[in-house]
Write a protein that binds this ligand. Structure first.
Ligand code: ZN
Length: 313
């Protein structure tokens, strides 16, 4: 079991970055900040707010500095750990200057996906992470690293768990605060989740490192996978308001699991998230208007149970 400093189950809300980056809509800086304002009001304490990667590669996230300045001045911002993605030392320097509390990096589990998506081999990505991590740690900023496509790759199929374990071992050696396994293309099933988290748990040892899970609902397996990860002791989950954020390899497919669906399920299972479901549902409706298209989350359509309020437990 790996408890973390934030509480029984933590939700890391990724809609402002992972979600909006993959959405067809162009969202203004003001609306990105307004989204974070609603997330804070709903009780989120961990929010992936921005990325500091090449603006040429990801123009939608070019306003990271302005977003960070905006969100840091919001009421309640001091209760929130804002994270940002950085893929090189230049990015981590910008992220630190912008005042992020946590830098996240990515290493892809599959060689083909890594070279196509990150323009680097897996070994090169691990080297980059070492530099990113060192810079963040020197600045007193939390570090977390994600092994993406950990369950499956669009080019190589299922990923051998021993391969993920050996990447995890190299990353654990950099002493991150958190290590995440991501099902980037939404192909994982619960048996696989049990197996891989159990394997990686063994690699991590008994130190303070926390494990996080990032599931996509592309094939409707995300909540089942979260339940499996809970069984393996995982207590930190990424999710995206409304389920925004598609998959670049399947343009019409659902991407990130919806935060309101996750919060509904795990609160009904008896875990505390500290997040207000009604506020999330209202925020999801607002986001749908901003994006100008429907969102895949289900609980934002059906409501909580009993309607409009939490069950006590
Ligand atoms: Zn995602």
């Amino acid at each position: 079991m790996r408890d973390s400093e934030f509480g029984p189950v933590q939700i890391v809300e990724v809609s402002p970055r992972d979600g909006l980056q993959a959405d067809p809509a162009d969202v203004t800086t003001a609306n990105k900040v307004a989204l974070v304002e609603r997330l804070i009001a709903a009780g989120n304490t961990r929010i992936e707010a921005a990325s500091f990667v090449s603006p040429k590669a990801v123009p939608k996230m070019a306003d990271g500095d302005a977003v960070m300045a905006g969100v840091r001045s919001l009421a309640g911002a001091d209760t929130v750990s804002f994270s940002a993605l950085a893929l090189n030392v230049r990015g981590v320097e910008r992220a630190i200057a912008a005042g992020v509390g946590e830098v996240t990096g990515v290493v892809v589990a599959s060689e083909t996906f890594s070279q196509r998506n990150q323009n680097a081999t897996v070994a090169e990505s691990i080297e980059r992470w070492k530099h990113i991590s060192a810079a963040a740690r020197a600045a007193g900023v939390r570090t977390s690293v994600t092994i993406s496509a950990a369950f499956g790759c669009p080019f190589e199929g299922r990923i051998d768990p021993t391969r993920v374990a050996s990447i995890a071992a190299e990353l654990v050696a950099t002493e991150p605060d958190e290590l995440a396994l991501a099902d980037t293309i939404g192909v994982a099933v619960p048996t696989q989740v049990h197996g891989l988290f159990s394997t990686v748990n063994d690699v991590c040892g008994s130190g303070p490192l926390a494990l996080r899970a990032h599931f996509h609902n592309t094939r409707n397996t995300a909540l089942a996978n979260i339940a499996a990860a809970l069984d393996e002791g995982v207590r930190i989950f990424d999710s995206s308001l409304g389920g925004v954020g598609g998959c670049p390899f399947a343009p019409r497919a659902t991407g990130n699991v919806a935060t309101e669906d996750v919060v509904y399920m795990i609160e009904q299972m008896g875990y505390e998230t500290g997040i207000d479901l009604d506020a999330l549902i209202n925020a999801a409706a607002w986001l749908e208007d901003v994006l100008g298209h429907g969102i895949p989350g289900l609980v934002s359509k059906a409501g909580g149970f009993p309607t409009g309020e939490h069950l006590s437990h």
